[in-house]
Design a protein around this ligand. Structure first.
Ligand code: BGC
Length: 476
């Protein structure tokens, strides 16, 4: 869409389409072509993901699977009768949050009573696990004091948004760090234990039961309280991932055949076995090579906010080297990794102010631009973000199609709880994603519900549902 718009603009700025600008258009388009994924290609990607999901669920095949399909031990979505006060911890990006949450049965509402944000400085993100958990324990202590909650033993939900092999609701082994974290001594360890040890080291307060939750699960559960047909949670933010309710009989790694269990797909790892080689561009390969975790989370690196800006920067640089942009002169800033922030993409793609924003951003990056350069930059942003939305759609379509087939339905009506800055802030990401899902899952009617503070409130919801189920089993 933007390509045609840019072509028209070339005409308007009095640069004939049959001369140098036409050839420029064609050359730019040639470099962007590998990002354009046809519907057939997306269907093919979806079929590959379907196979990987089955491998991830299998008892003997899961350890080879790049899509981990982790059982979460969340066996039910909310039924609206949950209630009580909870503490929630939320770690998954550059900030850590502590929340006091109240679940009101009468109003079917989850209220955030109060919350506190603690920054996680870079040296802690890359330091020792002990330092990280001491920092978390200190933030929690500060919050308990400020809320006068010290001494009360409220149940605690811990949203820990990294791939974890969950053994039980309160035992969760970190498989690997993602999203720029790399604290030593945590991979392979039980995160609940590390938290409890840090609290014991302080010795000035204690906690009771802990329920571990991925942010996708928190998102699904917090939306599930509002809309009980919400059985999928999806995040498209710094990282990307989704969870959904799978039939227990298909979850071969957990005993029992009855009912359902929420599976954390960890779809960010899709492609780590090389199965997306034909979809990856030279820019994706470069982003991977220079990341702190090369070779892993391949799908996430094509989609999520941590990487989109860098992909755009590399494309702009390539076009400059090819003398298709900025008269062939890159600035120091453009040559610097990380200088093109992902939020610039959203700003540049704004329907009304986008072109003006592009001019400001290119100036900020110290580039010698003209109007055509600004239009090309917009086209690059649009191409990279569209691919991200369409890849996400392919992955989500795989999940909704699977749920429909699992239940033997001709038609499925379902709701996805969604969160993440890319989905929320980008001007047309959600429209593009939803349109592609309609094409890729024509027998499914999917409603998208933006989660309000899902990872915090959702952790409380998981804890509340676990309590309800425990109470019900006592009454049987
Ligand atoms: C993590 C997931 C998480 C996602 C979204 C990924 O990097 O592996 O566990 O759900 O980011 O935050």
């Amino acid at each position: 869409m933007l390509a045609a718009w840019w072509f028209r603009l070339c005409l308007q700025v009095n640069q004939g389409p049959f001369g140098s600008e036409l050839s420029l258009t064609l050359q730019v388009q040639k470099h962007l072509e590998p990002f354009r994924l046809s519907l057939e290609k997306l269907q093919d990607v979806s079929a590959r993901l379907r196979k990987d999901m089955i491998r991830g669920l299998g008892k003997h095949s899961h350890h080879r699977a790049s899509v981990k399909m982790l059982p979460t031990f969340v066996r039910a979505t909310p039924d609206g009768t949950e209630k009580g006060d909870f503490l929630a911890l939320d770690l998954g990006g550059t900030n850590f949050r502590v929340l006091h949450v109240r679940v009101l049965e009468e109003e079917q509402r989850v209220l955030k009573m109060d919350s506190q944000i603690c920054a996680i400085p870079q040296d802690i993100m890359l330091g020792t696990g002990e330092k990280l958990f001491d920092h978390i324990a200190a933030c929690l202590a500060e919050f308990l004091d400020s809320q006068k909650l010290r001494g009360q033993t409220l149940p605690l939900g811990f949203t820990f948004s990294f791939p974890c092999e969950q053994k039980e609701i309160d035992k969760s082994i970190l498989i690997r760090w993602t999203k720029g974290f790399n604290c030593s001594g945590v991979e392979g360890e039980d995160v609940v234990n590390l938290l409890k040890e840090a609290i014991h080291r302080r010795g000035d307060y204690d906690i009771s039961s802990v329920a571990m939750v991925n942010d996708t699960v928190g998102t699904m559960m917090s939306c599930g309280y509002r809309d009980q047909s919400c059985e999928i949670g999806m995040i498209i933010g710094t990282g990307t991932n989704a969870c959904y309710m799978e039939e227990m009989k298909n979850v071969k790694r957990v005993e029992g055949e009855d009912g359902r269990m929420c599976i954390n797909t960890e779809w960010g790892g899709f492609g780590d076995d090389g199965c997306l080689k034909d979809v990856l561009t030279e820019f994706d390969e470069e982003v991977d090579k220079t990341s702190i975790n090369p070779g892993v989370h391949t799908f996430e690196k094509m989609i999520s906010g941590m990487y989109l800006g860098e992909i755009v920067r590399l494309v702009l640089l390539k076009l400059t080297e090819e003398k298709l942009l900025f008269r062939g002169c890159p600035s120091e800033a453009l040559l610097t990794p990380g200088s093109f922030e992902t939020r610039f993409i959203s700003e540049i793609e704004e329907p009304d102010s986008g072109l003006e924003n592009a001019k400001k951003i290119l100036t900020k990056l110290d580039l010698d631009w003209d109007l055509v350069d600004a239009c090309v930059a917009r086209l690059v942003c649009d191409t990279v973000s569209s691919r991200s939305a369409r890849l996400c759609a392919a992955a989500l379509a795989t999940i909704v199609n699977r749920i429909r087939i699992n239940r033997g339905l001709d038609h499925l009506k379902t709701t996805v709880g969604v969160d993440g800055t890319v989905y929320r802030k980008h001007p047309n990401f959600s429209d593009e994603l939803q349109a592609a899902v309609r094409l890729l899952a024509p027998k499914c009617d999917v409603t998208f519900l933006i989660s309000e503070d899902g990872s915090g409130k959702g952790a409380a919801m998981v804890t509340a549902v676990a309590q309800r189920l425990a109470l019900q089993s006592l009454c049987v």
